[in-house]
Write a protein that binds this ligand. Sequence first.
Ligand SMILES: [Zn+2]
Length: 413
Amino acid sequence: MASTSRTFWLTAAAVLAAAGGALIGAAGLGPEPAAAAPRADACAGRTDVLGVDRVIEIDTAEGPQFGLQQYKQFDILQPGEVILTFDDGPLRPYTTPVLKALEAHCTRATFFQVGKMAIADPEMVRDIERRGHTVGSHTWSHRNLRSMAPALAKGELELGVSAVSKALGHPIAPFFRFPYLADSRAMIAHAKSRGIGMFSIEVDAVDFRTRDPGTVHRRVMGDLKRAGKGIILFHDIQPSTAGALKGLLDDLKAKGYRVVHMVPKGQVKTLPDYDAIAEREMGKKAVASAAQPLARRSVVWPVQAGMAAAEPQPAAAERGPAAGPGTGTRQRTAAPAAAGEVLPWLAKPAQTPTATPPPATTPGPTARTPTAQPASQPMPAATPASAPPPARPPRPTWRTDETEPWQLRIFRN
Ligand SMILES: [Zn+2]
């Protein structure tokens, strides 16, 4: 059952039930990650921990979709199996106890990280990988891609991939989860075209609705009891999950659940235009950190006019992700489109015609001009009207803010 970090790489994965045979196979042949070696001793022979019962290697070349709450393509788990996933981080105060709880059980998880968060604390991203976990992405700034113009939504996805890769120092897993689980046909097609696998969920910790670890614990165990297995969604930016995880893993072990760890067959291929933007943002973060070392962990993106209004999500927004795009009420932004949809790093220079999608040849913040507002764009460029009267064009700049960390905003899914 429980296996050590060394042995689980040799564990043969059963061929999966559904049509996943071609996509998913046993991950026993790949080299053991260097990071796993130091932990092997501590975990060797342990039968009192969850360990990792099975590793599945996922080939994302065709953009497969997992997670029965939304997608019915693959039922990858057997009864009693769980996959642990953590979204929205990293956020050190909560990601750290999550990692410790996982380590205490010699077990492994998948982290779907937000690009901005990763760039704000790249050391944390690297630490997650060093401990043997899988690092995927969850967009650049956790926008609802379903409610965005396709070109902008693609930019959100791509910059997220590039930013997390940049923070990690090499390409991440081609594993992606839609914020709010809000996919769209266009974005699914885009992810497929990029060889990126999409991961929905099967059990939701709903940890964003409570600060009480006990509530999270009871909910997850209750849902698992009913479902018998599942891809579990947690958020490593939530104190409830940070507090609950150790006890929850203890309980999973006690009740005989087994952890399955997902690893990618290959790495994501980032796009150079977005790598360049991510690189610039990393540079700005470094500058900000040097200027204000104490604020290193709360480097934030300035809230621009319109963006702030678009952020708050109604509490019910997360429910029923299986609903199609038609039932759009579950995911509404308070102030639709207009200003809120324009991402500063994707603003286009003047007179880019409609047809051409995303990052032109000169993408990125510096290409921006104050008057660049292609009239025919579905989402007119943001005019940070009420912002302090800057003579220069507004451009995305990192700033530090200890009093109101951007990261503490509740994301939900
Ligand atoms: Zn999320």
